[in-house]
Design a protein around this ligand. Structure first.
Ligand code: ADP
Length: 257
């Protein structure tokens, strides 16, 4: 059985520093995987390997069943980087324009189809709950709203897999639940496979279906239920604090650290 991403026995070192050792992760089609780990645990390095931005040194990565060195279908993968949502108030672009820029790769097709172009942008904004903000200036929005717009920008080219680097960093604590609800919708209703990376294990939501805990080695990889049942002591040793899934839509609200 092939996952959308298969990481097999991956090792990586920067000169003398070994930062990833024997990483094995499978991302099933339609799943929502959170890779969690403290700062310096190798998350960005692993993402760069998956995105083909760093060359594999040892091990294999398969994307959509294809060896990464031969993989060409990059438009199937949407990526939202960590620094996406840091526009100043004066930044001269509307939300619509920012999302449209996600279509540049396909622009040739759309030059004569302005209406279709507009519909795609509005649909992507709708998917992230930001349709009514299309004419607003991107810089006027909150960090969380900007993050949604950048997700829409990645969605507009209709990826099958969406990769998000620390997406909740700019999101206010009170908005984290609704942000995860939106991601859950993309995952379940739109069938997009999601991979997110976060240092904040306290924000792992019950919308997530699988969890991988990284700290140079893979300390855990399994579904959310198995993650919940984990020996808390074991993970506290790795992360320095208690670890829970941030449950929501429950009477007593979220469980946070
Ligand atoms: P994370 O994203 O979890 O914070 P990184 O993958 O950025 O972790 O970093 C893992 C380790 O690799 C850290 O110790 C970091 O200092 C080191 N590292 C990251 N990038 C480089 C680089 N370009 N050269 C040397 N060391 C690096």
């Amino acid at each position: 059985m092939h996952g959308i991403i298969e990481i097999k026995h991956v090792f990586y070192r920067y000169e003398k520093d070994s930062v990833l050792e024997d990483i094995n992760i499978s991302v099933p089609v339609g799943s929502f995987l959170a890779i969690v780990g403290p700062n310096g645990s190798g998350k960005s390095t692993l993402l760069k390997l998956i995105l083909g931005l760093l060359k594999l040194q040892k091990g294999d990565i398969f994307l959509f069943g294809e060896e990464i060195s031969k993989f060409k279908d990059w438009q199937k993968i949407g990526y939202v980087s960590q620094k996406a949502n840091s526009f100043n108030t004066g930044f001269p672009a509307t939300v619509f324009e920012v999302v449209s820029s996600g279509l540049t790769k396909k622009l040739g097709l759309f030059t004569f189809f302005k209406k279709e172009h507009k519909e795609k942008v509005m649909e992507a904004l709708d998917a992230v709950g930001m349709k009514e903000f299309s004419t607003r200036n991107i810089g006027e929005l909150s960090g969380g709203q900007q993050q949604r717009v950048f997700i829409a920008r990645a969605l507009v080219s209709e990826p099958k897999l969406l990769i998000l680097d620390e997406p909740t960093v700019g999101v206010d604590v009170e908005n984290v639940h609704s942000f995860y609800d939106m991601l859950g919708d993309l995952n379940i209703r739109r069938g997009i496979t999601l991979l997110l990376v976060t240092h904040d294990i306290g924000t792992v939501s019950d919308k997530v279906t699988h969890v991988a805990c990284l700290n140079k080695h893979l300390h855990f990889h399994g579904d959310t239920e198995e993650f919940e049942q984990l020996n808390q002591d074991g993970l506290s040793k790795v992360y320095g604090h208690d670890v829970h899934v941030l449950a929501h839509n429950h009477e007593h609200g979220g469980v946070r650290n």
